[in-house]
Design a protein around this ligand. Structure first.
Ligand SMILES: [Zn+2]
Length: 50
């Protein structure tokens, strides 16, 4: 799986502003209780760019 190597490569990961949300700053999260998809602030960006 070459894609797996890409994500594990620190150089490639650094090229993307954030590999968790891909730089969008927000991620979709499924709220089981509400049975809906909500958008929340990326926990990675919010901690590393604050
Ligand atoms: Zn992020």
């Amino acid at each position: 799986m070459w894609e797996h190597r890409v994500w594990r490569d620190p150089v490639i990961a650094a090229a993307l502003s954030c590999r968790y949300c891909l730089g969008s700053g927000e991620v979709a999260h499924v709220d089981d209780a509400a049975r809906a998809v909500v958008t929340v602030a990326c926990p990675v960006c919010s901690t590393c760019t604050a």
